[in-house]
Design a binder for this molecule. Structure first.
Ligand code: URA
Length: 251
């Protein structure tokens, strides 16, 4: 039988954001925590942290939140910041409030600008986060850009050249792929995540990005059915899709 790590119940629930250890003790004494349908009154007890624990444990009748290792796909709305601290609306406000207290913390995998919408991943898995954002992985990101002025026809070759140098940078951009949708709209696929990269790429051609939306990341697409602000937890197969497309063998 597989061996699972064990944890004290109060420590586990506290790390999941449910409250302090003493609050967990109070809930348990009041019979508000159950394990396998029986009241669990002693939260100092160590239990195996099995993957099915969220279906076997309840707090106030609600199934336990997902254990550590979660990956969330969010349709980021315009006007929200990818930050834990800044003032104003933050993407973390879209998740259940207690998730702000989880340890390890949930963070976005890379960032989208406040005025960029679309596919954003969040996770509490630091290794996964670093693998996705690592420039060595070449994970593709596809953006739909609406432009203030018509394309001039030179952008595709310039972006694909691997020679475009953005202002203030020491290294040219890796080749990127442009698919023209109309005179003022294009899909741009990049493998890096430099600061304001897409906006700066079009600015380098004398244009201006009026609206920016991320549609794909690796082999994951933003489902059409997901409205701005909606999110869902990804399963193992969907997580594997992140690296399905665009990943190259490590150098
Ligand atoms: N490039 C940008 O300019 N902004 C984003 O939010 C993402 C990529």
């Amino acid at each position: 039988m597989a061996k699972f790590p064990t944890s004290r119940v109060d420590k586990l629930l506290s790390a999941m954001g449910y409250g302090s250890r003493s609050e967990m003790s109070r809930l348990a004494t009041a019979g508000r925590i159950t394990l396998d349908a029986a009241a669990l009154r002693d939260v100092t007890k160590r239990i195996p942290v099995t993957p099915d624990l969220p279906t076997r444990m309840t707090i106030d009748g609600e199934a336990l939140d997902p254990l550590a290792g979660l990956v969330i796909l969010l349709n980021k709305p315009l006007g929200m910041t990818c930050s834990h601290q800044e003032v104003g609306p933050l993407i973390y406000d879209l998740l259940p409030p207690r998730w702000k207290r989880r340890d390890p913390a949930i963070s976005s995998i890379g960032r989208l600008d406040k005025q960029t919408s679309g596919l954003l991943l969040l996770t509490d898995d630091g290794d996964l986060l670093h693998r996705v954002i690592s420039p060595r992985r070449h994970v593709k990101k596809t953006y739909r850009a609406k432009l203030a002025r018509p394309l001039n026809g030179t952008e595709g070759d310039l972006f694909a050249s691997g020679r475009l140098m953005l202002e203030g940078e020491a290294k040219p951009l890796a080749p990127a792929e442009l698919d023209v949708v109309s005179e003022t709209e294009a899909l741009l696929t990049v493998t890096e995540g430099r600061y304001h990269q897409v906006r700066r790429m079009f600015a380098a051609t004398g244009n201006h990005v009026a609206a920016l939306h991320r549609e794909r990341l690796g082999g994951l697409s933003l489902p059409q059915s997901m409205a701005p602000g909606q999110w869902k937890l990804l399963g193992k197969e969907e997580i594997a899709l992140i690296f399905h497309q665009g990943e190259r063998p490590l150098a």
